[in-house]
Design a protein around this ligand. Structure first.
Ligand SMILES: [Zn+2]
Length: 276
């Protein structure tokens, strides 16, 4: 018969030998490398583990210890906090993206694509590229994906505004003693899932194009998914707007075709009437 009991009450120093209650699992990668002790949060009131983060089962006289659900939830909350989501998007979830109910509408289909990506991750064919004009909710959906992957699947993710990212990298060249280019670019290259918001929003100089190429090709080679949003369409509009290809080069656009499923979001202004 299996019994289940909490491992709390602080009298069990021996448990640390089984993995160290404060250690960080390797799968959380570099994101949490600076955190040696996971904050307890509400862990002290957890009725399953009594605050230890471990649940022990006894089967046939042998003890088996595994992480309590509350411990995983705290780690995932930490991942979300480390994802760098800007304040104005903090509340964005897939559920709170409410396009027209019309299932033939592009916004509804975009939400379904985001949902499907989350459900299937990590068994997916690359990432997603949301394309559409300002205000249709591209960033909302993309942030919703980040939130879901961190909180529900414990996936390390990072949000980057494309313009801010390039500015931050450029600043490292002139700052003495501050973060280096490597400090800034390493998480962009190595974090499991990266969201690049507003791709193409900065007129790409040769330097910016080189940097973007480095990021995209490296992530492509390592098979790390990108979630991307862009205001620039694939087809020229009536006003002769620039296309994404013109903004980031033919070579990179075609590489993104291989890396990301394109999700078109032409529609009414989603943000209109919403409070931000
Ligand atoms: Zn617990």
């Amino acid at each position: 018969m299996a019994t289940k009991k909490g491992k709390g009450k602080k009298k069990t120093g021996d448990k640390k030998k089984e993995g160290g209650a404060g250690s960080t699992p390797a799968e959380y990668g570099g994101l949490l490398k600076d955190i040696s002790v996971v904050p307890a949060g509400d862990i002290s009131v957890c009725s399953d583990c009594g605050g230890s983060g471990w649940v022990v089962e006894v089967k046939d006289g042998t003890r088996y210890a595994e992480r309590c659900k509350c411990f995983k939830q705290n780690l995932n909350s930490l991942l979300l906090a480390c994802a760098g989501i800007p304040k104005q998007y903090e509340g964005c979830t897939l559920e709170s993206f409410e396009p027209d109910i019309d299932p033939t509408g592009v916004l509804y289909k975009a939400k379904m694509a985001a949902r499907e990506f989350c459900d299937q991750y990590p068994v997916t064919d690359g990432g997603l590229l949301f394309i559409g004009p300002c205000g249709v909710g591209k960033t909302h959906l993309a942030v919703g994906i980040i939130r879901y992957l961190t909180m529900e699947k414990g996936v390390p993710c990072r949000f980057y505004d494309f313009r801010d990212l390039l500015r931050t990298i450029r600043r490292t060249y002139s700052s003495g003693g501050g973060p280096t280019e490597f400090d800034i670019t390493d998480p962009v290259l190595t974090t499991e899932v990266v969201l690049l918001d507003e791709l193409g929003a900065i007129k790409t100089t040769d330097w910016a194009l080189d940097m973007l190429t480095h990021i995209i090709i490296r992530r492509y080679n390592e098979r790390r998914p990108l979630i991307i949003t862009s205001n620039f369409p694939d087809e020229k509009g009536k006003q002769g707007e620039e296309t994404l290809t013109e903004r980031i080069s033919y070579r990179l656009r075609s590489r993104l075709y291989e890396m990301c499923k394109t999700v078109q979001m032409e529609g009414q202004d989603y943000r209109r009437g919403k409070e931000w």
